[in-house]
Design a protein around this ligand. Structure first.
Ligand code: G6P
Length: 366
């Protein structure tokens, strides 16, 4: 294809660095500043049909599933509709309750993942209303859904998803915003969110400008055989995606955990050889996350804090700084440094970045 490496050592690095422009592309023409909303024409839902939706369910595999978890959180926050995410590989083998006022969102970069396609077909067979959130135009999942939102991330070659993942979440933010704006979200709150979305590309550029520091931190921890990724509420899917990235390309074992659940078992694993990457946004849960870091430190565990808050001096062993934006969009911004962290750690270990062992970009087998 005409998508070339150019100056980059591998596609993953290129695709990470392309994120500001990929986000700009997916936002282009879809934001309405005046009415503080988003217009996703491909959904084919008029305001009345939008208002009839009583629940939203995101389905996908791997990173697409974690992106869906962030989408579900955004729908709950902004539209106050119950929402959740489920791996398509699970849903397809259950006998799910399919309700006609639920909006199902099938999430896929390739549009060819066999489990996601089978889940879409099962939902359609039961009369479910399914839309796609797909990157590849003309793909099997896009065609099976018939309507939806295209991600416009451009080609993604690296097995580990980066820019497509980010664009998934940006599209879910627009979906949540438009669902919120036909319900109880005010025009001024909508306008605040539109502005925050417009600032995202520059904020991502700011994260990328800290790449050297992130690379140093990754190098310092590259002898670890295992790591925890810890987050709470908004930070939880971020931790899951961070752990996923590290596993995929570095082969270091990583486990994501909800901060509040650490004390119910996993704290037993903390020792000086088990670093924890802790997601610490400067939001209403900051004090709780600081307490989590203290619990880890008290057991001798090294802590890498990813944060946009002013943490007490010396609290974390390593710091990765993130710019400040609207808290609801923190999950997007906080994922980018974790991509870079996994990337540099894997580079340091000499791994094959774009084609990790045992994995495929598009899993068309069952
Ligand atoms: C594979 C890839 C993952 C990806 C998942 C879903 O497992 O290695 O990076 O997240 O498939 O792919 P999709 O194309 O459906 O987003």
């Amino acid at each position: 294809s005409d998508y070339q490496l150019g100056e980059y050592a591998n596609f993953m690095h290129k695709e990470i660095r392309e994120q500001p422009e990929a986000v700009r592309r997916t936002l282009a023409g879809r934001l309405d500043e005046r009415f503080g909303t988003a217009r996703l024409g491909g959904l084919n839902l008029d305001p009345r049909a939008m208002r009839g939706i009583r629940r939203v369910k995101f389905i996908g595999c791997g990173s697409a599933y974690y992106a869906g978890q962030i989408g579900a959180n955004l729908v709950e926050e902004w539209a106050r509709l119950p929402a959740d995410a489920e791996p398509a590989s699970e849903l397809r083998y259950r006998n799910p309750v399919v309700e006609e006022d639920t909006l199902y969102v099938a999430v896929s970069q390739s549009g060819e993942t066999a489990d996601t396609l089978a889940a879409v077909q099962e939902l359609c067979r039961k009369g479910g209303r399914v839309i796609g959130a797909v990157n590849s135009v003309g793909s099997a999942i896009a065609r099976a859904c018939g309507s939806g939102v295209f991600l416009h991330a451009g080609p993604e070659v690296s097995v580990a998803s980066t820019k497509a993942y980010t664009n998934m979440v940006v599209c879910f933010a627009m979906l949540a915003l438009s669902l919120g704006r036909v319900r109880d979200l005010s025009v001024s709150d909508g306008a605040r969110i539109v502005e925050a979305l417009q600032s995202l590309p520059d904020h991502i550029t700011a994260v990328l400008s800290g790449e050297n520091t992130i690379s140093e931190v990754a190098k310092e921890h590259s002898n670890a055989e295992r790591m925890f990724f810890v987050g709470r509420v908004r930070g939880w899917p971020v931790a899951r995606e961070g752990a996923q990235k590290l596993k995929e390309i570095s082969y270091v074992h990583a486990e994501a955990y909800q901060a509040g659940e650490l004390k119910h078992g996993p704290l037993a694993l903390i020792d000086p050889a088990m670093p924890s990457v802790v997601v610490v946004p400067d939001d209403e849960l900051l004090a709780k996350n600081i307490a989590t870091i203290e619990q880890i430190k008290a057991r001798g565990g090294p802590v890498i804090a990813v944060t946009n808050a002013e943490l007490p001096e010396g609290l974390a062993d390593s710091l990765i700084r993130v710019p400040r934006g609207e808290p609801e969009l923190d999950p997007i911004l906080f994922t980018v440094p974790l991509q870079l962290f996994a990337y540099h750690l894997a580079r340091h270990l000499g791994r094959d970045i774009d084609k990790p062992r045992n994995l495929a970009k598009s899993v068309t087998v069952e």
